[in-house]
Design a protein. Sequence first.
Length: 277
Amino acid sequence: MKFGLLATGYKGLKVLEKLNHTPVFVASYDNKEKYMFEKIKQLCQVKKIPFYHRDDFKHDIDIEKIFTVGWQFLVKENLEKYIVLHDSYLPERRGFCPTVSALCDGCEHLGASAFRPIEGNGPDYGVVVGREKVNIVHPMKIDVAFDIVSDLYVSLIDKLLTEKENAVEVDYKQSTFSIWQDKNDFRINWSDTAENIHRKICASGYPYDGATTMYDGKLIHIKKSTVCEPLNILNQQSNCGKFWTVKNGVATVICGSSLLDVVSDDIEFTLLRKRFL
């Protein structure tokens, strides 16, 4: 069966890499995820797949199915051709950044759904034609989670290309919603638990820019962290963000509960009497 693919970001790239069937075209745009647009374009050149920028893509192309991965623009033309792939087990986590929110919340599973979109009922609503989920163990980095989600996407695409398409009963009255996030959402609150902060750092790493904090009046990115054994620190809440130890560029930071070893690519920590804000 001939099909097309609208793909952006890390998830889109991974799906294109892993597909067991070759689309007749790929369309994409730059969603600011670290060169992913160029990587998708280059991979299409290697695979000899016709490639279009979103602005040049014509929705009236003569094709039966068009899958979308990471596509954040509403499709209104020839809607009957489209199957949207969303990274949650619908009806949970409709909306934005569902995998990020699942990692931050410590959700026990990651999911993926394929649905035929229906306008006028909010985000990620339609006739579900396939969904899968897998249990996970925390902490998990976002690129690892996206690799898992892309595997689920490829599995769903395979089934929808080779098997009869059937609707899955979904109760949208049970919907939960994941809200859009920006740079402010990735600022670290050091009064939170070390476990929660660690999950946020894992969920905001590559292909994103990383969780942030203020250090010596500058905004820096925290790329790696490890939860430490708790200590009986007096007045711990009033000391959140302070360095407990510094060794080999790793700062051990007091959190709302327990401590966290952190590393930044922006600076090497060397001084003890410092704190994050």
